[in-house]
Ligand binder design. Structure first.
Ligand SMILES: [Zn+2]
Ligand SMILES: [Zn+2]
Length: 235
């Protein structure tokens, strides 16, 4: 089946996202826009995922647990997991590897934590934008070992993106899939290229008509991860 997916959306836990990007609002908007699946990927954090998964079950939208990790090279990497448990294991790995800096909400934005029913729990105090001490290859390996997959984010964008930062595709990391910004020139041979909204506002979540399409045997986190792990299939 062909499924419409938006696999890069920030919740209100990311300091740069709008306060009304609560998990239930995101998944409700995805439903309205006709998407089959979404991934909530906060910067170096996973604690708003339970609400997204619960809302997904309620609204009939497949929710893939995710996180946008900042590597020690300062590259943004989308990591996707088959279960909440796996995402939380990776979340604590990343948290431990981060330099601990206190967030300054006036400067960076609020980092709003909510429970599984969208009830605010307070604000995350650690600055989530701080980079991890883990390298790109260490993050790829950790995600893979948890049954997930790492997909470099917006690789052809400016700052915090794989190609501008490294200047080339790293040869020592398996990267079956990459996320590209469609409006920018790109040339990625041999990779499955996905595109997504990187939405920080509800209005920016992709409409089904312009969303990335994946051919899946069934609509589930496992099926999406299997496709991303397999990468580009030879014609
Ligand atoms: Zn990013
Ligand atoms: Zn992002």
């Amino acid at each position: 089946m062909r499924c419409t997916v938006d696999l890069h959306i920030h919740s209100c836990l990311s300091p740069c996202a709008d306060d009304d990007m609560t998990p239930w609002n995101i998944v409700g908007m995805a439903k309205l826009k006709g998407l089959d699946a979404v991934a909530v990927c906060d910067h170096n954090a996973v604690r708003n995922l339970p609400g997204a998964c619960k809302a997904g079950r309620e609204y009939g939208v497949c929710v893939l647990p995710g996180m946008e990790v900042t590597s020690r090279e300062d590259v943004h990497l989308l990591c996707y997991f088959p279960t909440l448990d796996a995402a939380f294991t990776m979340g604590s790995l990343i948290e431990k590897s981060q330099v601990r800096i206190r967030n300054k909400p006036d400067l960076f934005g609020r980092q709003i934590l909510v429970d599984a029913d969208d009830v605010p729990l307070g604000e995350e105090e650690r600055l989530l934008l701080a980079a991890s001490a883990m390298s790109i290859s260490e993050i790829a390996e950790a995600a893979w070992d948890l049954g997930g997959v790492m997909v470099p984010a917006h690789i052809n964008k400016g700052a915090n993106s794989l190609l501008p930062v490294l200047g080339l595709m790293p040869a020592d990391v398996a990267l079956p899939a990459v996320e590209i910004v469609q409006t920018m020139p790109h040339c990625v041979r041999g990779k499955l290229c996905i595109h997504a909204s990187d939405a920080h506002r509800l209005v920016d979540i992709r409409e089904a008509e312009e969303a990335c399409m994946l051919e899946l045997p069934e609509l589930s986190p496992d099926a999406i991860i299997a496709v991303l792990r397999r990468g580009k299939e030879e014609a």
